[in-house]
Write a protein that binds this ligand. Sequence first.
Ligand SMILES: Cc1cc2nc3c(=O)[nH]c(=O)nc-3n(C[C@H](O)[C@H](O)[C@H](O)COP(=O)(O)OP(=O)(O)OC[C@H]3O[C@@H](n4cnc5c(N)ncnc54)[C@H](O)[C@@H]3O)c2cc1C
Length: 594
Amino acid sequence: MPIYKAPIEDFQFLCHEIFDVTNSLSAVDDSIEISADLLDAILIECAKFSEEVLLPLNQTGDQLGCKFENGEVFTPPGFKEAYRKFSEGGWCGLSSQKEYGGQGLPEVIQYMTDEMISSANMSFGLYPGLTQGTILCISKHGSEKQKEIYLSNLISGKWQGTMCLTEAHAGSDLGLLRTQAFSNDDGTYSISGTKIFISAGEHDMVENIVHLVLARLPDAPKGTSGISMFIVPKFKIDKDGSLGDKNNVSVGSIEHKMGAKASSTCVMNFDNATGWLIGLENKGLSNMFTMMNKERLFVGTQGIAQAEVAYQNAKNYANERLQGRAPDGKKSPEKSADAIINHPDIKNKLLFSKSIIQASRALSIWTHLNVDIAKLDNNADNKILAEDIEGIMTPVIKASCTDFATEITNECLQIFGGHGYVSEWGMEQFVRDVRITQIYEGTNSIQALDLVKRKLKIHNGRLFNSLVNKIEGSLTEINQNKELEFLAEPFKKSFSRLIEVTNWMIKNENSSPQLLSTISNDYLKLFSLVCFAWMWLLIGEKCISSSNKENRFYKSKLKTANFFMYQVLPLSQYLEGKIKTNNMILENITIDDI
Ligand SMILES: Cc1cc2nc3c(=O)[nH]c(=O)nc-3n(C[C@H](O)[C@H](O)[C@H](O)COP(=O)(O)OP(=O)(O)OC[C@H]3O[C@@H](n4cnc5c(N)ncnc54)[C@H](O)[C@@H]3O)c2cc1C
């Protein structure tokens, strides 16, 4: 069975030494009762639950999958019991409002618990991951009555939340969706249509399922400005808050998928189902973005989580598997061969994985800290700055952490040779499971378009400038530290490159209608590499200036930072060249040439 040990030491290093999470948050809002000890205790508890309860269900969940029988969906054996323990432990409402029974803890802690859960069992983690988005959406856009009816039951884990957007003919382009909503005299709406690919649309772990459904009113404008959002519960709620009649919502079938098999993916039929409008008519899509943005960060977390567990298993295997001799002389002469970790190719693969995983984790923790600051800070300037960071980093984290995770799980499978391809070691499951993260919640190409066509442009480029200012602000001390030059120099070159390419893009975008679409994916990758490099620079600074710098952990961090700067970051130079020539080449290629 695959192994997994939660990366507590790395979490603690990033929270306490790099970002000073607890002090940063209490400086923003002194009502936050989170000490470093409490943070550590939560991490340790979640690690235990993930390693001992969720990990053992991961392979069987994959092998047995969800079952669809007589209109009902059954999760694999053990899932229901684990979900009960998870809810009773208060994990469903970790970062939700206290007034509805949540624990009110920061999003940055939620990030770390989500990572551990999704490493141990990505399919399991998706159920509460979706409920969190539903909670946020109802909290922000729901009426007081809707909050009262739904929030405490979602937060306790008694009920599940879903997002029902996709239809057979409307995926990336939600403006095409056709599900209809008609208003009734009693203030409710009748919803009719079929949604496909709905995660957690139906399952046996909860009492009720609360669907947030996008639909179109009869006279609504065409396209995305004519979409409204409705709450459609599986069971209607009686006046006293208890479960009432079954709504006209049913499951047509479940999908048979490449991976994430223990997460139910359902075709949902709404047949004059009763729905309640949430927010204003025709504002449904923009309100749904509250949930989508949260889920986009969550999907980035799933990517990091799967890359981490694949890396841990590959490293473990590489230390034990004996094949051939190390090129620089025998390492274990008493044995028939050396461990494969001594082969430079295997070392390269593992270091590539480690340097990306640890940088993406740092970037995610920093981004989630900004999500907390945006939520809690009463100072308007700080709030706007944190919102800018959250806004620009969301597509970057969603796409880059999942693109790299797909590459990393594949590289880690390769380390197992043929043993990676067979199911016994669990590596092929990581490759299959992680693949969906590049697709759902808006494909990674849609994220790249969001970055170049929206996020770089809103408020006249203010989001990008906020990030640039943050980075420049952090360089003051770094510039004075000569010992850090080996990390600072390559970083500064790549940072200048990002600014230069961004300006080039803005200057040239009118030269061709397809320029931005053509280069968006490469630009997002370049953007993420520079952000990762910045994280390694901050980490490097801490390790070098620590009184404890001879410590194994710090020394290894510095070596990994060095690897990243000289073996991974140079990709940014290649990307710059590709970005600047791609459109010229593509413009001369017609569809017939492809
Ligand atoms: C396992 C699973 C779970 C899911 N869970 C949910 C869920 O809970 N709720 C929900 O509503 N949906 C869910 N989805 C749907 C998912 O979000 C969509 O599959 C995804 O958004 C892409 O839509 P599509 O599959 O229709 O692909 P399409 O939109 O048809 O895209 C096909 C290809 O074209 C590209 N493309 C499309 N438009 C553009 C463009 N403008 N520019 C550049 N490239 C473009 C895409 O990147 C993609 O490569 C799930 C899907 C799966 C497989």
